[in-house]
Write a protein that binds this ligand. Structure first.
Ligand code: NAD
Length: 430
């Protein structure tokens, strides 16, 4: 079969490569020309076990191509996948601008019947919007399919090649037959291909991620109770998880769920339910419990007055916090765009530094921007769950912080106080 996959992130690149590996001709499209150039040469911008080898092999065997020319890719394909990002917006809803723009471009490029498949995680009703947009741009027949992706970063190739299930949401028998053909090699070991309507398929993805997030928050609440009552959460976990109805996965207590999917998908499902005047009480609690394990970062740039984040301490700190499962809420007056290029939407960005503190467990000051030097400490304290400040630049006076009721950690001050105004001179001026 001839396919194109628009968006070569974790999902698009893995899906496109695995479809090529199963014998299809696949054109992967991205607007990021540097990424396309790298991929054309066999370079891989992300690390996923087994992926590089598969890309090299399928490039060499001329089943896999990379391009930024969407029009040519759509014209050469029977099935077009949309796999661009759907990050969280300020109100928690999913940002659909990328998906809808690609739908418009596909509609304008079509020169015959196409199946357009939404693989991005999108709220209920998006397939209808995609259909309307494509219909406005073409006279050719087409079908829209919802086909959410369940792969996990770190095991993406294996998850895609051997999925627990494939969900196909469509009302078209023709599109269904093509999708069944396409996925036949991936479900031949007996794992199900589940067919449903588009709305159920769109909701399945959010419900699945929200349920996993619920397990994490539930275990974190039980862990808090363990501390109070003198029980051991690890033993409780083992005792619970051996019940087949419960299962052993996603039962680890920690500092909460994070990463590029759970926080945004929980927020998006809550937003969808609100827009239908419906309350999801359990999920609200899940988000609130998780927010208690949020860390705010003030400053991302390596020094003030720049958007440069090369070798900035913020990057390893972000990686370490995400690895531990923290939700990271960051603000920097200039470096948020640059940081986004490096860590994507795995952390949340805020235009205002106080907004990062809402329900945060702790604040770490990583860059000594002037705007952070004289904050409203009372406001800070009222927003935070725990008034804990890690002052990585020694810009606050430990005595003032103690008086204001903060648990304060500076660098090399031994709790004796004394204030240093800045540390640019220690880090050069470049
Ligand atoms: P990503 O941010 O890693 O990649 C998105 C890619 O799309 C980028 O390379 C970007 O340059 C490209 N892009 C953006 N707009 C474009 C356009 N107009 N034309 C062409 N290319 C464009 O995203 P991701 O992690 O692969 O996620 C994609 C979708 O899949 C999201 O909806 C996400 O929620 C969902 N998802 C992600 C995972 C995961 O583990 N990452 C798992 C399941 C589902």
């Amino acid at each position: 079969m001839k396919l194109c996959v628009v968006g070569t992130g974790y999902v698009g690149l893995v899906a496109g490569t695995c479809f090529a590996e199963s014998g299809n001709d696949v054109i992967c499209v991205d607007i990021d020309e540097a990424k396309v150039e790298m991929l054309q040469k066999g370079g891989v911008p992300i690390y996923e076990p087994g992926l590089e080898e598969l890309i090299r092999r399928n490039l060499a065997e001329r089943r896999l191509w990379f391009t930024s020319d969407l029009v040519a890719a759509v014209r050469a394909s029977e099935i077009c996948f949309i796999a661009v990002g759907t990050p969280e917006t300020e109100d928690g809803s999913a940002d659909l601008r990328g998906v809808l723009r690609v739908a418009e471009e596909i509609g304008a490029a079509m020169n015959g019947y196409r199946v357009v498949v939404c693989k991005s995680t999108v709220p209920v009703g998006t397939a209808d919007k995609v259909r309307e947009i494509i219909a406005a741009g073409t006279k050719h027949p087409f079908d829209v399919v919802s086909n959410p992706e369940f792969l996990k970063e770190g095991a993406a190739v294996n998850d895609f090649m051997k999925p627990d299930r494939v969900v196909i949401g469509t009302r078209s028998q023709n599109a269904l037959a093509l999708m069944q053909d396409l996925y036949a090699p991936f479900v031949r070991t007996g794992n199900p291909l589940i067919v449903m309507d588009e709305r159920s398929s769109e909701l399945t993805k959010y419900a699945a991620n929200s349920f996993l997030a619920t397990k994490v928050s539930f275990m974190n609440e039980v862990a808090n109770l363990c501390e109070r009552v003198g029980a051991d959460i690890d033993l409780v976990r083992k005792g619970m998880g051996t019940d087949a109805r419960i299962g052993t996965q996603f039962l680890f207590a920690g500092i909460g769920y994070g990463g590029s999917c759970f926080p945004k998908d929980v927020a998006a499902l809550l937003n969808t339910s609100k827009s239908f005047d419906h309350d999801l009480h359990i999920l609200e609690a899940v988000e609130a419990v998780n927010a208690r394990r949020a860390i705010a970062l003030w400053g991302l740039a390596f020094k003030p007055n720049t958007d440069d984040i090369r070798e900035a301490p913020s990057l390893p700190i972000i990686q370490a916090l995400l690895k531990e499962g923290a939700t990271v809420r960051a603000h920097d007056p200039a470096a948020m765009e640059e940081t986004k290029k490096r860590v994507g939407n795995s952390i949340r960005y805020f235009e205002n530094n106080y907004d990062t503190l809402k329900a945060a467990d702790a604040l770490a000051v990583l860059t000594e921007w002037n705007v952070f030097r004289r904050p409203d400490f009372d406001r800070m304290k009222s927003l935070m769950i725990h008034p804990v400040v890690f002052d990585g630049r020694n810009i606050y006076d430990p005595r003032t912080m103690a008086e204001k009721g903060f648990v304060y950690y500076g660098i090399g001050r031994g709790g004796s106080g004394g204030k240093r105004e800045g540390s640019e001179e220690l880090r050069g001026k470049s």
